[in-house]
Ligand binder design. Structure first.
Ligand code: FES
Ligand SMILES: [Fe+2]
Length: 344
């Protein structure tokens, strides 16, 4: 795991990907994170268990087996493992200590499942990101997505830290004002924040909801990054010249979880403070985001990864533009954190 930060919480999925335990339909969830295959399942008490997804016998994925009320059974020859990863039943002989799989700490919070792949003695629930805006938003107004993408997770981070791309890749929904916006970035410890300010611009369709028909708007966007690749994007739009109001703000989680060096689990959740009961607006926004992320970002990111191939990003000597300030800062910060961890 050299290119990944270890001692951190990775989002493994959304809570509703693992429905409550039922004897008839308890399907485990297989998800590889940082190249580690993991099986997740919910036991009868509602808790989520995460185990290394490879049976110690003939290496079948446990996720191809069956989750029980307090265990998972390998689908190949029937070994059964408890929530701590120890074998609890061997139909072919005694239970011996070699019949064990690694178990990983799990926390369920902010409607998501989080897993710790790092050192057991460093597990720290306080390191979980605070995503209270998700809990404060009524479920029907949350736009929740999962977009597997065949590109390195840092390319997906770059994509959110440089929103100028929206003007070219999403001209009909999210873009139009970013290139001309006043952009600044700053670092606070291991967090990096980027701001875009655009006065008296034409608001893109996805941001017009709070403008009451005004043609011109003042727009604010802030992205705060924290390691390894979790970003919260805050936006607000007001009729040009009107003050910014907290009740016009929206908050979107963009969480890029590495699956392998060239594939990423992209989790997003858009929340807002306005039009919470407006189902039509939720439907419109859901469609606009799906179009922008799935039909526009994803193909470009995957083509970009294909061109990069197995080269190291910096070895290709990317030309740095003014728009790359934050993403360069973030790449260097993360690299330093990974190296520091490797030497501790
Ligand atoms: S491979 Fe799992 S019991 Fe044989
Ligand atoms: Fe985009």
């Amino acid at each position: 795991m050299t290119q990944y930060l270890k001692n951190t919480w990775y989002q493994a999925g959304w809570s509703d990907e693992l429905p409550p335990y039922e004897s008839t339909i308890s399907k485990p969830l297989a998800r590889t994170i940082c190249e580690v295959p993991i099986v997740f399942f919910r036991t009868a008490d509602g808790a989520v268990t995460a185990l290394f997804d490879r049976c110690p016998h003939r290496f079948a994925p446990l996720s191809a087996g069956r989750a029980g009320p307090d265990r998972i059974a390998c689908g190949y020859h029937g070994l059964e493992f408890g929530v701590d990863g120890n074998c609890v039943h061997n139909p072919h002989g005694p239970v011996v200590s070699a019949l064990t799989v690694r178990s990983f700490p799990v926390i369920e919070r902010h409607t998501a499942i989080w897993v710790w792949l790092g050192d057991a003695e460093r597990v720290d629930p306080a390191l979980l990101p605070d995503l209270g805006y998700i809990d404060e938003t009524p479920a029907p107004a949350r736009i929740v997505g999962y977009m597997p993408t065949m590109a390195n997770y840092q390319l997906l981070t770059d994509n959110i830290l440089d929103l100028s791309h929206a003007d070219y890749l999403h001209p009909t929904s999210l873009g139009g004002f970013n290139t001309a916006a006043k952009t600044t970035n700053r670092q606070d410890g291991n967090r990096v924040r980027v701001d875009w300010l655009a006065d008296d611009c034409v608001a893109p369709p996805a941001f017009r909801a709070g403008l009451n028909g005004a043609e011109r708007a003042d727009m604010w966007i802030e992205v705060v990054w924290q390691a390894p690749a979790l970003m919260t994007l805050t936006f607000a739009a007001s009729p040009a010249g009107a003050p910014r109001r907290p009740e016009d703000e929206g908050y979107t989680l963009h969480n890029m979880v590495p699956e392998t060096a060239t594939t990423t689990h992209y989790f997003y959740c858009a929340t807002r403070r306005f039009k919470l009961d407006d189902e039509r607006f939720s439907g419109f926004l859901k469609g606009a985001l799906a179009q922008a992320f799935n039909e526009e970002d994803k193909p470009m990111l995957e083509l970009q990864q294909a061109r990069i191939g197995s080269h190291d990003f910096w070895d290709l000597e990317p030309v740095l533009l003014k728009i790359d300030g934050a993403s360069t800062r973030v790449r260097r910060t993360l690299q330093a954190m990974i190296e520091a961890e490797a030497h501790n």
